[in-house]
Design a protein around this ligand. Structure first.
Ligand SMILES: [Zn+2]
Length: 184
């Protein structure tokens, strides 16, 4: 059986953060969640952006956008200036291709998403638009890097949550407990 998902976690975060989190860690070991075009195809389907085949060029574009978003996230949580080349790359994706919603009259009034580009390019554009709103808006103050042991994920804080997930929270509590018992 081949792994078509890449194993990246989905945490219900904004799209740009979900893409950032496709590089993740399992027990402290780094993992690449977008190793193959199939991984990206499955991921795009999982986040309901596109159901399509992906090629190697599109995969490289997605990974480059992912890395730019991660650098913006790092700068944001460290209260550093946003790296210029990462800003430029996100803006390039946000600008193309054109996306719009069309009014549909039949069978009943509704909207349908349309775009001038390919499915993957449009999905990356959607993610970049989310990154623009996130890093340029008030939600950036709630962006956090998970404090779980060995975890490299980002999340938007709600309440006093310090971890991306229950799993990381439990591991962090266990590690603290272990440190305390060793100290006494
Ligand atoms: Zn975590």
């Amino acid at each position: 059986m081949t792994d078509v998902s890449g194993g990246a976690p989905l945490l219900g975060e904004p799209l740009s953060i979900e893409l950032a989190n496709t590089t993740y860690a399992v027990r402290g070991h780094p993992r690449e969640g977008l190793e193959t075009p199939q991984h990206l195809g499955t991921w795009l389907q999982d986040v309901r952006l596109a159901i399509t085949d992906v090629d190697a060029v599109e995969l490289a574009a997605a990974v480059a956008l992912r890395d730019a978003i991660r650098r913006l996230a790092t700068a944001t949580v460290d209260a550093e200036p946003l790296p210029r080349d990462a800003v430029d790359l996100v803006n390039r994706h946000a600008a193309t291709p054109a996306r719009w919603r069309e009014l549909r009259a039949h069978p009943q009034p509704g909207t349908v998403a349309r775009s001038a580009g390919g499915d993957v390019a449009t999905a990356l554009s959607e993610i970049a638009a989310d990154a623009v709103d996130l890093f340029g808006g008030p939600r950036r103050h709630d962006l956090r890097a998970c404090q779980g042991p060995g975890c490299v994920l980002y999340f938007i804080r709600s309440g006093r949550r310090e971890w991306c997930s229950h799993g990381c929270g439990n591991r962090a509590r266990a590690a603290r407990h272990y440190a305390r018992t060793r100290a006494t």
